[in-house]
Write a new protein. Structure first.
Lengths: 286, 257
């Protein structure tokens, strides 16, 4: 290829770059060539096709890999008749209830803790090591201790999820607080704001985008802790449903449960992004 | 008569060998428009921050009406170069911020805010969000917000620094209009030589290393504007060009060639 023929299409190189989903490039709705969304759709279809094909050809025993159709049928059956004494909706509501109860607890504790970390050096000294200690521990590791201390009831399950949510909420809040523009704080003080008013009217709203990001991460973390939280003495919940199904080798329910958990996680993520856009439309515009 | 006084103020930041500012005295009375100019590093912004109560001088005394300045206060409202507006509030709510802090009722707040927005010629922008406004409009909201606190003094830290040349020019007259309408004393920091001449009743020229006062001018052009003369006619006056040369010389005096 000669240089002149290359320069005839100066956009060629740029088109290629746009085809990738570079995190800082905004996904453009309409563009010649291939969009990332189309590629994703094709990928999903291919995975489904491979799944259906291997099930049809019986490459793997249906006990281990039921066909997509079988999973779909199970989905309908469990919605209507239920599995282990509860319908799919009841399982989902039980799980969502735990996650949201944990979220409320994590926000009630995490946001003030994050504020204190961001505002005061002493607060940072106290809470930073505690959170950094808590953050990397997998839920399955502290689950036994929580059960020893708090029993096998509902509070333990909520607590396990809340612990997983606490660090993201607190650390995001703290980073938001530390990122508050100094000029904004000084402007408020020179307009007569007391320290408490600066926190209430400037720092909290300034940190809101970060707090919401923390909430989104926390919800993801909490949702993925669900199965662990429902390991012991649950009678309802998606995680419980999957585990019971696994014990009886009902693989189609296991796979269906996984897909439902994924779908709910997707909807939650999407909803929170919508809430973010409605609540903090200025984020990223300054 | 309200007085903002910096009396032989020195500012020595922690961990720095030399003081940033040494023994600078500045006096702003009600109705004054004092402008600080000087090369980078002469400590103009540091001095403004002392007046704002955001920086404590290492020596000397800053006071308003004879009372030492111990912190920021709404008697000295500050407007920064980056407007520092609150994006989660509308323009009107931004302007009403100081009133909200004082617990003024919603309806009264809105009335006062709209009045001030009208004063900065943004009467119909009250419901706009901050990010919908241009740089010049944002800076006008910032001025209105500062005036809503009913300060005795306005402290302006390069308020027009981030604006384009044409907007800047227009904002100069807006500033003068506000100054004459509100009867506040203004202390302003700027890099703009012409801006200083147009606005100031007194220009204080500072030199760096350490920051100190080298000259003081009383140009008087802003009084002429306040008396009704058009800004164009002032700027084309030969006296204006002469003052401009003199001020430029004063600023660059003593600088190594």
């Amino acid at each position: 290829m000669t240089i002149s023929s290359y320069s005839e299409r100066p956009g060629a190189a740029i088109d290629k770059v746009d085809g990738l989903s570079v995190p800082w490039s905004r996904p453009s709705a309409r563009r010649k060539g291939i969009s990332a969304r189309a590629v994703s759709a094709v990928t999903i279809l291919l995975v489904l096709a491979a799944w259906a094909l291997s099930a049809r050809l019986q490459l793997v025993s249906p006990v281990f890999l039921p066909s997509p159709a079988a999973v779909w049928n199970k989905f309908i059956v469990v919605i209507k008749d239920g599995f282990v004494d509860a319908t799919l909706l009841q399982h989902a509501v039980a799980s969502l209830g735990r996650v949201f109860a944990a979220l409320v607890a994590a926000l009630l504790i995490g946001v003030p803790v994050g504020l204190v970390i961001g505002i005061s050096t002493v607060g940072r000294g106290i809470f930073d090591p505690l959170l950094e200690f808590l953050r990397p521990i997998p839920p399955l590791a502290y689950l036994p201790l929580v059960i020893i201390w708090f029993g096998i009831g509902e509070p333990s399950k909520i607590l396990v999820i809340a612990i997983a949510m606490l660090a993201p909420v607190a650390l995001s809040t703290a980073s938001g607080v530390r990122g508050v523009s100094k000029e904004r704080v000084n402007a408020a003080r020179s307009l007569g704001a007391t320290r408490a008013q600066v926190v209430r009217h400037v720092i909290l709203p300034s940190a809101l985008p970060s707090i919401l990001t923390g909430l989104r991460i926390a919800l993801g973390a909490g949702w993925s802790t669900l199965v662990a939280a429902e390991l012991v003495a649950a009678t309802r919940g998606l995680g419980f449903m999957i585990q019971s199904a696994a014990q009886f080798l009902v693989t189609d329910v296991v796979i269906m449960g996984i897909l439902v958990i994924a779908a709910i996680a997707f909807v939650l993520e999407f909803t929170i992004r919508r809430i973010e856009r409605a609540l903090v439309p200025w984020a990223g515009l300054e | 008569m309200p007085h903002l006084v910096l009396d032989k103020v020195s500012i020595h930041y922690d961990g720095q060998a030399a003081p940033a500012v040494e023994r600078v005295s500045i006096d702003v009375a009600k109705g004054d428009f004092v402008v600080l100019v000087g090369r980078s590093g002469c400590g103009k912004t540091s001095l403004l921050n002392v007046a704002a109560g955001l920086v404590t001088p290492s020596r000397g005394l800053a006071s308003t009406n004879g009372r030492p300045i111990t912190g920021p206060g709404s008697d000295r409202a500050v407007v920064f170069q980056n407007d520092a507006l609150f994006p989660w509030l509308t323009a009107r709510e931004n302007v009403a911020f100081a009133l909200r802090l004082r617990g003024v009722r919603q309806a009264e707040r809105a009335r006062r805010a709209d009045e001030l927005l009208g004063l900065v010629k943004l009467g119909d922008a009250g419901d706009k969000r901050i990010w919908e406004l241009s740089g010049g409009m944002r800076q006008r909201v910032g001025l209105a917000r500062a005036l809503a606190a009913e300060p005795q003094f306005l402290l302006l830290d390069e308020p027009l620094g981030a604006l384009d040349a044409l907007t800047r020019e227009r904002m100069q007259t807006t500033l003068l209009d506000l100054w004459t309408a509100s009867h506040v004393g203004v202390l302003m920091v700027t890099h703009g030589i012409e801006e200083a001449l147009v606005l100031a009743t007194r220009i204080v020229v500072l030199a760096p290393g350490p920051g100190r006062v080298v000259r003081s001018f009383e140009p008087g052009f802003s009084r002429r504007y306040a008396a009704g003369e058009a800004i164009r006619s002032i700027k084309t006056d030969p006296a204006f060009a002469a003052a401009r040369g003199e001020l430029t010389d004063a600023i660059f005096e003593g600088e190594a060639a």
